[in-house]
Design a protein around this ligand. Structure first.
Ligand code: NAP
Length: 302
């Protein structure tokens, strides 16, 4: 059994994946721009190495000796194809023979309206041409994102502007995304395949917010707006419109263009799909949105 490289190992996805692989007795190489944050994984036997996908020179040593790579998509929209390309090139040059990549649902569609998808599409093309085997995980929106970034401001304000209409999303727990990635990395038969990593049910954003309101015991009024109305809302919060406009010291490190076009994609049905891939790969039923919301409700202001 060869070594498995996990990128972004200080992040929520990467740390959980590395931890599960160590639990299974696998040899793990953990990459991070902040290796000092990974002392817990090092203490459990992981090799911890510095890697920044924006610095190609840091990558040959980081990738050396790995058999497989879990390539976790990075965070800066627009910069990701170059960063992911650097990682893929270095991994293949170092002899990595299988790369597992965290994309998002419908990420293989070149005409997708969500700007974040464009990065995933570009990365998918790089992966398919790189010479190593690949597996692409088309993750649905994380239930944890609903439980935190969406629920907290909506509960605080008692309302939420929304441009998703009745579009449906199979919200999935990040736990199930991680378990699926770990399954793909440790089982045979997943080379050159793509999977839809979805939760157990399709819900609209208004239905998800109604669930938050029910669990919190506090009403949330959904305010349907068009895309321009959604931009105005984010403008009022001081959010940059485009990723290229985000300054290095800006308090909010994401752009409204990503959120607004993501909402548009939900509204237009790009996520309207349920799959049994999680259950087939992990052997367990994926978690419901309700179970994730109940887990996080202690952190809500009610
Ligand atoms: N499906 C969804 O709903 C959804 C929601 C949010 C995010 N995502 C995507 O899923 C990914 C993982 O989610 P998460 O919750 O684990 O996010 P997270 O905790 O913010 O972690 C993001 C990871 O990106 C890595 N990264 C950023 N820039 C990098 C660079 N230049 N070189 C190497 N690594 C870099 C970071 O690694 P280090 O800091 O350790 O270097 C970090 O571990 C995100 O990055 C994002 O692309 C999906």
């Amino acid at each position: 059994m060869g070594k498995i490289i996990v990128s972004g190992a200080s992040g929520q996805f990467g740390h959980a994946a590395a931890s599960q692989l160590l639990d299974m007795g696998r040899q793990v190489i953990c990459l991070s721009r902040s290796p000092e944050k990974l002392s817990d994984l090092a203490a459990r036997g992981a090799e911890v190495r510095y890697a920044d996908f924006a610095e190609p020179d840091s990558l040959p040593a980081a990738m050396a000796g790995g058999e497989k790579l879990l390539l976790i998509s990075t965070t800066m929209v627009g910069q990701r194809p170059r960063q992911h390309g650097n990682a893929i090139t270095a991994a293949v040059a170092a002899g990595v023979n299988h790369i597992v990549y965290t994309s998002i649902m419908d990420g293989g569609n070149p005409d997708h309206p969500a700007v974040e998808q464009h990065d995933h599409y570009a990365t998918e093309q790089l992966l398919k041409a790189c010479g190593a085997a690949w597996t692409i995980l088309y993750d649905a929106q994380y239930s944890e994102a609903v439980a935190t970034a969406m629920a907290a401001p909506a509960l605080a304000a008692g309302s939420k502007p929304d441009n998703c209409g009745d579009g449906l999303m199979p919200f999935v727990s990040r736990d199930d995304c991680v378990a699926t990635a770990v399954g793909v990395l440790t089982q045979e038969g997943h080379a050159n395949k793509a999977y839809n990593v979805t939760g157990p049910e399709l819900l609209s954003v208004p239905q998800a917010m109604a669930l938050v309101a029910e669990i919190a015991g506090k009403p949330i009024t959904l305010i349907p707006v068009d895309d321009e109305g959604m931009y105005h809302y984010f403008d009022s919060l001081g959010v940059a419109r485009k990723s290229a406009d985000i300054g290095p010291d800006d308090a909010i490190p994401w752009a409204s263009e990503g959120m607004v076009t993501f909402g548009q994609a939900i509204r237009e049905g790009h996520f309207n799909l349920l799959s049994d891939d999680v259950e087939r790969i992990t052997g367990r039923t994926p978690r419901s949105l309700r179970s994730v919301l109940e887990q996080y409700q202690g952190g809500w202001q009610k």
